[in-house]
Write a protein that binds this ligand. Sequence first.
Ligand code: MTE
Length: 395
Amino acid sequence: MLSQLSRRDCLKWGSTGIGLYLIGSNSPQWLAAQQVPPDHQLIVRTETPLNAEPSLDKLLEHWITPTAAFFIRNHGTAPKIDAKGYKLTIDGLVEKPLTLGLSELTEQFGLHSVTATLTCSGNRRTEFNRVKKVPGVQWDAGAIGNAEWRGSRLSDVLKKAGIKPGAKHVWFEGLDEITEKGETFPFGGSIPLEKALADTPAAPGCLLATMMNGKPLTTEHGYPLRTIVPGFIGARSVKWLSKITVSDQPSPNHYLAHAYKVITEDTPAAVDAAPPIYEYPLNSIICSPAPNAMVSGERLTVRGVALSSGRTGTRIKTVEVSADGGSTWQSTRITSPIRDFCWLHWSVEVPLTPQTQSLLVRAVTTDDESQPQETPWNMKGYQYNGWHKVDLKVS
Ligand code: MTE
């Protein structure tokens, strides 16, 4: 039986050819809603599944990215879930498996706030194409955003379930269904148990988030529940979360066991040998001026964002810009809050000469890791973090 809301939505979406899905007992009724949110401020890269990113100047407007300007990365169709029947299960290597509705989760474990930047491992993928074309969503550098997430602490829920000896990984499974090479499976993945339990005032831990920027999650961003794993690539922050399994092994889900790995040849042996990507890399990009902008005058204001690597305890030490092809570098000024697992905004004025052809940016962390000039090419186009270059037209 469909709920009133679902029945109405079904008729609405049915007339536009969008399908209805019913799933098993723990699963609520849901509808596939594949549409760009009406108020979005995004460039759509693919419509089905929906993948969209803001233009880079949008990233500068707010340190906390408004939801309408926050990139969307979907591997399948976004399920529209009726929260009333929704249940989260926690099983595997636990003393006491749990099944929790949304209100039980909040009542028992409270709501905690974590501000964290989410970025896709494929962000800046198009820059690999300079070497050799990489398949996949052709992201510019906008698959990144910083939001205030609210929800229950994953560590509290796991402790309540009681972690059994031998547990090493925490698996997540979503309610979306993805069909690849004739097989249909949910999006999922896992994180090491150590990361799942790492919760300190200095390094805020993982959330089972119900809210983004003070409002319930939108369908596109995982309503009614998603994980947020600060410091890890976006793929580990599983949307439409339905199941958590504690295990002695990493998740066998495709998006942990096969995809999201840095490989240079696509053979089963190469995929098996490569470790899953967890942390995102140190990065910085120029958001203004835009590529090929016409600029004039003696000085130019350059602005952008930088994100330290997702390693716990690492922060940005400097962000430097060069207006002469990398011969000299100028330190930038930080213009936003500086927080663990969050991007920062920077700004600098550089001299402009008729010889200025481009701008470059690079960042260095507090443990002296520098962005590489180029990122070595890989087959799936992940983790690009070479110096970001913006060409200019000087008049
Ligand atoms: N969770 C589910 N269930 N399905 C997905 O396709 N995409 C992942 C992650 N969680 C995905 C998912 C990827 S690759 C990224 S980068 C982030 O969600 C993007 O989150 P956003 O769409 O809220 O920006």
